[in-house]
Design a protein around this ligand. Structure first.
Ligand code: SDX
Length: 429
């Protein structure tokens, strides 16, 4: 497809422009339109970027029509079954599965960067007890630049790698501290003897009054969820990280912006919204009422956890999480009527022409909250959990972009405001 092109002719000027087709190793063909404005004087208009590729990337591949998700070529189903979150983090960051020696070194680096500066713990005290964890996460992560000002040279590959590891290592520490702050508990420091997900559970739920026993089922379920949330090509929060990174801003500022973007209910905030929706629906009897509301153009209600910009087939992550829900609840000896309700909601929606026609399927957020709830993680922490996993994707994509010269991202617009007019003194208005 190297020399395939489309020829564009402007009927007014008869000027022509060859739009070369840029092919990746996989995925849909893409037109290189960089010459469109300089040569033909036209911008393109694509609000929401539904038909626009912002970059080239080697990291994650999604085929939305086939419901395929691969990290560096490895199918998500295989990674979910056989890998660990920290191994996937290495894969996403460096492009290859690590040897045992590489993994041991990487695990050591992450483990020995899990503590935060003690001043950050006192900074945390400044938040009101009921501050939303995502507000704390965005604020504290942005403030990290104040503690590492001597290692913020984004042109130094070693400093970039260190910042990436610091963010992956400290995100669970900060997220757990946000939860403990809301409970009025003292800080819990990371334990180097524990693995990544076990360490997080210990920081979340251990109390000084008694020993905390980590449930291996919970740790395994958490590790799976972190794997499934790790990266997802150019989603809104990752695109935010890249756009902020294109200005040369430091990685903590980039990731703090990504956290803020993730918070929205149309994006990572959906997992929290799904639980609120399921609780509002309450019983299977009320499902038809909410399906009807979701279909009503005049009602802003949407079926949270349903639909996706790219997947027009099942989100493979939702399929994996749905299966894990049953396993985790069974292993923990729990039942959750919300899972039954979610399954019934999915069944009814997927039989409804409105959802079938629009190819609306459950996405990653539809079932994840059921597992978080089974692990006693409060709804307010659900999006922070998403952020812990997605930090790996954000820093991997930031590293990829930072490694090569990148022009600052600066979209144009269609101006629809007032044309030129003269200023009128207030006395004459
Ligand atoms: C994530 O980009 C990523 O990869 C994101 C993510 C990641 O890993 O980073 O996968 C994580 O953010 C998953 C999405 C979580 N958000 C939700 O579950 C919120 C509910 N979903 C919707 O808001 C919506 O589906 C989006 C935001 C996910 C996608 O929006 P799009 O691509 O802009 O789709 P659209 O709004 O153009 O919808 C197309 C049609 C519309 O109807 P019509 O105007 O054609 O009549 O489908 C309808 C929409 O109204 N629709 C829904 C719906 N989602 C879309 N109707 C009811 N309920 C829904 N959930």
């Amino acid at each position: 497809m190297a020399d395939r092109k489309l020829i564009l002719t402007d009927p007014e000027t008869n000027k022509q422009l060859d739009l070369s087709v840029v092919a990746g190793s996989e995925g849909d063909p893409t037109l290189d339109i960089a010459g469109l404005y300089p040569k033909l004087g036209y911008f393109t208009f694509d609000p929401g970027y539904g038909s626009t590729a912002s970059c080239k990337s080697d990291i994650t591949f999604i085929d939305g029509g086939a419901g395929i998700l691969r990290y560096r070529g490895y199918p998500i189903e295989q990674l979910a079954e056989q890998s660990s979150f920290l191994e996937c983090a290495y894969l996403l960051l460096y492009g290859e599965l690590p040897t045992q020696e590489e993994f041991t070194d990487f695990d050591h680096d992450i483990t020995y960067h899990t503590m935060v500066h003690e001043k950050i713990n006192s900074f945390m005290q400044g938040f009101h007890y009921d501050a939303h964890p995502m507000a704390i996460l965005a604020g504290v992560v942005g403030s990290m630049a104040a503690f590492y000002h001597d290692k913020l040279d984004v042109n130094d590959p070693d400093q970039r790698d260190l910042a990436a590891k610091r963010l992956i290592a400290k995100m669970p520490t900060i997220a757990a501290a946000a939860y403990r702050h809301s409970q009025g508990w003292p800080s819990a420091y990371p334990k180097n003897s524990l693995g990544y997900s076990e360490r997080f559970l210990n920081m979340m739920f251990s109390v000084p009054a008694e020993p905390y026993e980590i449930n291996p089922v919970a740790a395994k379920a958490l590790d799976l969820l972190f794997i499934l949330h790790a990266d997802h090509e150019q989603n809104a929060s990752t695109s935010t990280v890249r756009l902020v990174g294109s200005t040369g801003a430091n990685p903590y500022a980039c990731v703090a912006a990504g956290i803020s973007a993730l918070w929205g209910p149309a994006h990572g905030g959906a997992n929290e919204a799904v639980l609120k929706m399921l609780n509002e629906i309450g019983t299977v009897k009320r499902v038809p009422e909410f399906i009807q509301r979701a279909k009503d153009r005049d009602d802003p209600f949407r079926l949270m956890g349903f639909g996706h910009r790219v997947y027009k087939n099942h989100d493979p992550r939702a399929t994996i999480i749905r299966k894990a829900c049953h396993e985790v609840l069974e292993d923990l000896g729990q039942a959750d009527e919300l899972l039954d309700l979610a399954m019934e909601l999915e069944r009814i929606a997927l039989e409804d022409e409105f959802f079938i026609e629009r190819k609306l399927y459950p996405n990653v957020d539809f079932y994840s909250g059921i597992i978080y709830k089974a692990l006693n993680i409060p709804t307010s922490m659900f999006t922070a959990m998403f952020a812990i996993g997605r930090t790996v994707g954000w820093v991997s994509q930031w590293l990829e972009q930072s490694a090569t010269p990148t022009r600052i991202g600066r979209p144009r617009q269609i101006y629809t405001g007032a044309t030129e007019r003269e200023y009128v003194a207030i006395e004459q208005r």
